[in-house]
Design a protein around this ligand. Structure first.
Ligand SMILES: [Zn+2]
Length: 286
């Protein structure tokens, strides 16, 4: 899946580091990330050394504008916390972050999407929501602190479920309404305040397709930083009538499909596709 890097893992422990010339920088402008095309066509992130001359004319929100975020394979990644000038980016160009998943650069995609999750959090919390003062970085953990009222602000992660509704050798598959993503998917939705994950599963299935489910069991999870989520996959069994009552605002279709003829292949990136494959192979919690 997306978070499974080609070598090692994303080391997300917090350190209060200063940027060095060779460290990589993830720099966003609107929904785009600053990249350079390498000799083999692969995209590369700029180093601190390369991007620093550009940032001299760019606005930043905090201190130097650079903030350490994580490490992959002994390489430190910094975020540029500020506004970038898309017209003044030298040999680099801004590319849409959603397109990275289709470029065959999984490690870069995961790094950029995780950095995006943090970037949105920093961007949206420059000022204290309690008193309106400008927030500051904490030096000991990944937290913003208000110097005037003491408000502590931690990164926001929204829990959401993905649901494989099964009925014998059939899996319920659906397509979203009104989205760019037009492939088959599974029922999904955010956890509401005051409910358990199991209740989220039951509610989302009832809301979107009007079915009752039972025997809910956990499968795996996936960080999905582009939307600020952690996704949790569950399988469950149909309980009773299999007649689908579609919520046309959420879904354009929902259908039962048989094992061996499921209309979606594992793309190696998403929990949804991994769950469809696991059901197809019979390799899922029953
Ligand atoms: Zn405050």
């Amino acid at each position: 899946m997306l978070q499974d890097l080609s070598v090692g893992r994303l080391e997300n422990e917090f350190y209060n580091l200063e940027p060095k010339a060779e460290d990589l920088v993830i720099c966003f402008h609107e929904n785009q990330v600053l990249l350079k095309k390498g000799k083999d066509g692969a995209f590369l992130l700029p180093t601190v050394e390369k991007v620093s001359p550009l940032t001299e004319t760019w606005d930043h929100w905090y201190e130097s504008g650079f903030r350490y975020v994580f490490r992959i394979r002994d390489t430190n990644f910094f975020l540029w916390l500020g506004n970038a000038d898309a017209e003044n980016c030298g040999a680099f160009s801004f590319e849409p972050i959603r397109l990275l998943r289709y470029k065959g650069v999984d490690d870069l995609c995961f790094a950029a999407w995780t950095a995006w999750h943090l970037y949105v959090w920093y961007r949206n919390n420059r000022f204290c929501g309690c008193c309106g003062s400008k927030t500051r970085h904490d030096s000991k953990e990944r937290m913003l602190r208000c110097p005037d009222c003491g408000n502590m602000i931690f990164p926001k992660i929204s829990p959401a479920v993905i649901v494989g509704v099964t009925d014998g050798d059939r899996l319920l598959m659906s397509k979203y309404a009104g989205r760019d993503y037009t492939h088959y998917a599974l029922i999904a939705g955010y956890t509401e305040i005051g409910e358990t994950l199991e209740q989220t599963v039951q509610r989302e299935v009832m809301e979107e397709v009007g079915l009752k489910v039972k025997n809910i069991r956990y499968y795996k999870s996936q960080p999905w930083g582009i939307d600020g989520n952690v996704l949790m996959g569950f399988y469950c069994d149909l309980d009773g009538d299999d007649t689908i009552h579609l919520d046309g605002n959420e879904l354009s279709l929902a259908e039962w499909h048989h094992r061996g003829a499921l209309p979606a292949k594992d793309d190696g990136l998403t929990l949804t596709r991994a769950m469809i494959r696991a059901f197809d192979e019979g390799n899922y919690p029953k």
